[in-house]
Design a protein around this ligand. Sequence first.
Ligand code: M6R
Length: 365
Amino acid sequence: ELGGYAHFMEKEIFEQPTALENTMRGRFSEDGSTAQFGGLNISAVDLRQVDRVHLLACGSAWHACLVTEHLIERFARLPVEVDYASEFRYRNMPLGSNTLFFTISQSGETIDTLAGMREAKRKGYKVLAVSNVVGSTIAREADGGVYQHVGPEIGVASTKAFTSQILIGAMLSLYLGRMRDMSFSEGVEVVNALKGTPDLVRKVLEQAPRIREIAKRFAHYHDFLFLGRLSLFPVALEGALKLKEISYIHAEGYPAAEMKHGPIALISENCPSVFFVPSGEMFNKVVSSMQEIKARKGKIIAIATANCDLPAGLADEVITIPECHESVLPVVATVPVQLLSYYIAVELNRDVDKPRNLAKSVTVE
Ligand code: M6R
């Protein structure tokens, strides 16, 4: 069953290129300029009327919503609200009339997400679902949705389901964008970028042996920070969650610039930071955040795109990820933190697939 892998989590991390291919299969238009979905059950005319998107989920799926928020805003210029499903239920917030709800749930059985979805439906809204489990309660009760098609995810820590959810988030953003201001040629560019994701993920997976070495050197720390900006902030949250879940090491994710508003007090030689460093508009800003950490003796693991010119000696370890389009960057950047958390947990002899106190699907409120 494990096919030579030591744990389901490891197998599922390495399955991602194929899983992502399966998520995308048949889901691009013939002219190669947009995405298409068979089961949304909502006409283009109705979708065009949507003026706000509300996303509900828990855990890693909530992080996937945060990535999707960023991409919908970028590509479709629609305002997006992201809620923990468990909070939405009790917030009773004022809602607009042309809001479209989306829930994301790998299992399709998470009770908080289901309850949030039922609350939105009770208020008269259409709710679509992204789920991996065909015929799950959330998939059945939704008005329509998108299946992930990544195969069963056994490890408690979500890996291939998470990257598939953010890929679907990018495809939905493209679809909504192409109905609005996104041009044909920009659509083609995004489609080509999305199609290239599995190969980019393969390239990151090739670095597993090196990431394992880094993990060995860092496994004895008790606190970690994960720092990223824009669409990589949710990936930082996801990295911190992975590490907490399976290694029981305390970790927090923050937007890098927030450090100076409090968390930097934690930094010492005993608290390493994992930085996401993409080239482009944020590069210099992230480098200056790294310098602030370095000045306080904090160790740094940088996950940097290949074209970044990082100042020598700033990071203690650099994991290079391929240069890529913004629509796929969050997927590509997730893989190194999955591997890092996995190898740290293995180094500590943790029960990786069944971490203490956790269940694969949370069916109690
Ligand atoms: O099945 P779901 O996607 O609804 O699950 C939501 C969370 O319980 C889940 O993502 C959880 O946070 C994972 N253990 C994260 O690795």
